[in-house]
Design a protein. Sequence first.
Length: 252
Amino acid sequence: MVKTAIITGGGTGIGKGIAIKMLDEGFDVAVTYNSSSAGADEVVEYAKSIGRKAVAIKANLSQVADVEYMFSEFLKSFDRLDVFVNNAGITKTAPFLETDEDMFNLMCDLDFKGSFFCVQGAAKIMRDRNIEGSIVVISSNNAIAHFANVSVYGPVKAALCKFAEHAAIELAKYKIRVNTISPGWTDTGASRLDAKEDTYYKIPLKKWTTPEEIADAVLYLSSDSAISITGVNLVIDNGALLLSDKAERYGL
């Protein structure tokens, strides 16, 4: 039996890294994308090159109709869903007093509403097929930290962690596990990111996380080794949340 997974936002960055790793570990996958079609196509081609199956599905997951479309397209190619990785999201920053309604709605609609209905849809497929599946929600260490200019992004990521806990308890009777991963600075190559070295003063381990490391965590949380883990938030940020003062105060 070949296990299958859906990775939303699988055409770039963390999502693409997770998709590639899962293919390498013997999964067949579906990746969703909204604008990153080239990256999603690369995942599909990579799957073919190693004898695995992958499909790319275009969907704007801020719209519930597109969430439903994603699952209907998935079920045309696969008859089971073992792992659902809720990764799609958008990052926008602005000072609190300059944050407008469009920015607020954009992040809430995709990062929270879209995530809610994606996880719900995945859980229904697992329940209906009696699959003891794994759902992993990608959040952010912004859910816990108090950085500037993320007065929408931070609370939305906190909402994802809280939501995953509620989903975990309600889905436990179906043996469906729900966990959250909260990365810090991650080397995705996105143009919005600062130079790595300019951020090291606030990262104790003086490095960024890689998409491959996040993928390893997804695989662990979805493995039999983690069969007793649900409702947990795993922070992967090289110790960034540990700092409450200037790094030199800690001898770093």
